[in-house]
Each structure stands twice: as structure tokens, then as C-alpha cells.
Design a protein around this ligand. Structure first.
Ligand SMILES: [Zn+2]
Length: 248
């Protein structure tokens, strides 16, 4: 049995037996892990409030060879988000992020960029709750990018011509983006404005992206939400369990 220590973000918990919980978290050094927290539902227990969803903790756990489920030994709160969980739309938004992290992360595979990106998104919402929707869009773009599913937005998949001058570009069923000439206008149209917005998301930090997105018209935001949801659905081959508020 080996003992490990890592930073981790709590994503979900399930009750187990009378006094225990199964905890799903994204850790910095081991990626997605599922573990048992023994006795954490007893009145006096060593975990306290550290296993509340979306808390950032310093986690110590045991891992047995050939066992998917690890055993939580200790958790120390680094950042609690408990004060935000009374806001229903933030709770839904955080749960949406948590679901997608579970859906897209293979167990026990560290991805430091993904961990830092998720953390930065939680942080940006905690600091400016009004930017929730823009931060969710940012998270979707980067989740797809870091997992290798974000289409190349710089140039046409067919003729390699730069797409920045196009009035609109077209996303095909193969998740490749093409110019009007190469796609014959087939696929999902991405307006010039949205194309610019997606490119901005690729370059900026989440808080900065969200700040600049305040100037973006509502229909472009709507278009971005629909497009991201559509791409995620195609990658997962099903719709996410939670539908963001901006998607109709
Ligand atoms: Zn082309």
C-alpha cells in the first residue's frame, strides 16, 4: 500500500454504507481519482467540511495496487467555496464543470494544465460571480482544447487558408472547420464575431476573457453556448447531464 499527497478539487460525493462517502476529485498529480472517505458522515470526524463539492484540498490517500478506488486518509482545506453554494446558478455552473471534468478525464492520468485551468475558472467565478456564463464558455473551449477535440480555428481544414478574413466559417460533422468555399456552406455556421471570440478564449486567462466578453452582444454569447454544447455532445456521443442556462 502506497501513500500519496496531492492538491485536489472535490467534484462529487456519494453516500456509502452508514457513515462513509465515495469522493470523486480531480487531483494535480494523479488526475481523476475516486476514493472512500471512511467515517466522514459521523458527527465528529477527521474530514470536517473538507469534502464539500468544489473545495480545494491538500489530500493524503492510500492506493493499493490494481484497485481503482483509493482510500482517503486526510484532507486539509486550501480553499472553500461553501459561501457560493447558496447561489443556485453558480452551483449548477460548478456542477456542470465538475460533470465535464469527470466525463473527459481518464482516471489516474495527471494533466497539470487541465487542473490549473479548472482551478482558474473556479477562482474567476468566485471573484466575479456575474461572469459565470462567460467563464463556463471559456472552460468548454479549453477543456476541448486540452483533450484534443477543439477544431483548429486558424486555418481551413481543407485548403489551409487563414480563416480570420472569412465572413463565416463552417464546422463539419468531422469537427473540422472550413471556409465557405471549401464547405459549400454545409455544416454549422460560425459567425465572424464568434470566430473572433473563440480565438480570444484560446489566448486569454479566464478572468480577462470574461471581462472582455461583457462587451459582446447577447446573440453572440448565445451562439457560443449552443456551439460549445453541440461539440461537447458530439465528442461524448450524448448530451451532458446538465444543460447550461444559456443553451435552449
Ligand atoms: Zn478551404
Amino acid at each position: 500500500m502506497a501513500l500519496f499527497e496531492t492538491e485536489a478539487l472535490i467534484l462529487r460525493t456519494y453516500n456509502l454504507a452508514e457513515a462513509d462517502k465515495i469522493v470523486v476529485c480531480l487531483s494535480r498529480s494523479a488526475g481523476l481519482i475516486r476514493g472512500v472517505a471512511k467515517g466522514c458522515r459521523k458527527l465528529k470526524n477527521r474530514f470536517g467540511a473538507s469534502l464539500e463539492p468544489f473545495t480545494l484540498i491538500n489530500l493524503t490517500y492510500y492506493e493499493k495496487e490494481h484497485q481503482e478506488l483509493v482510500s482517503f486518509r486526510q484532507a486539509e482545506i486550501l480553499k472553500s467555496r461553501f459561501n457560493l453554494s447558496s447561489n443556485a446558478s453558480i452551483l449548477t455552473g460548478f456542477s456542470y464543470i465538475g460533470d465535464l471534468l469527470v466525463d473527459f478525464s481518464p482516471p489516474h492520468q495527471a494533466n497539470d494544465n487541465l487542473f490549473r485551468m479548472a482551478l482558474a475558472c473556479f477562482e474567476a467565478v468566485s471573484e466575479t460571480p456575474d461572469d459565470l456564463d462567460s467563464v463556463l464558455r471559456y472552460f468548454e473551449v479549453w477543456l476541448l482544447k486540452l483533450e484534443g477535440f477543439l477544431p483548429d480555428l486558424r486555418s481551413c481544414a481543407n485548403c489551409q487558408k487563414t480563416l480570420s478574413g472569412e465572413a463565416a466559417v463552417y464546422l463539419g460533422h468531422d469537427l473540422a472547420v472550413r471556409s465557405f468555399a471549401c464547405s459549400n456552406g454545409r455544416g454549422s455556421a460560425i459567425s465572424k464575431r464568434l470566430h473572433t471570440q473563440l480565438r480570444a478564449a484560446e489566448k486569454l486567462a479566464p478572468a480577462k476573457f470574461a471581462k472582455e466578453a461583457r462587451e459582446i452582444p447577447k446573440d453572440t454569447k448565445q451562439e457560443m453556448a449552443e456551439l460549445m454544447f453541440q461539440i461537447i455532445g458530439r465528442v461524448l456521443e450524448r448530451m451532458p447531464r446538465i444543460r447550461p442556462a444559456s443553451v435552449q
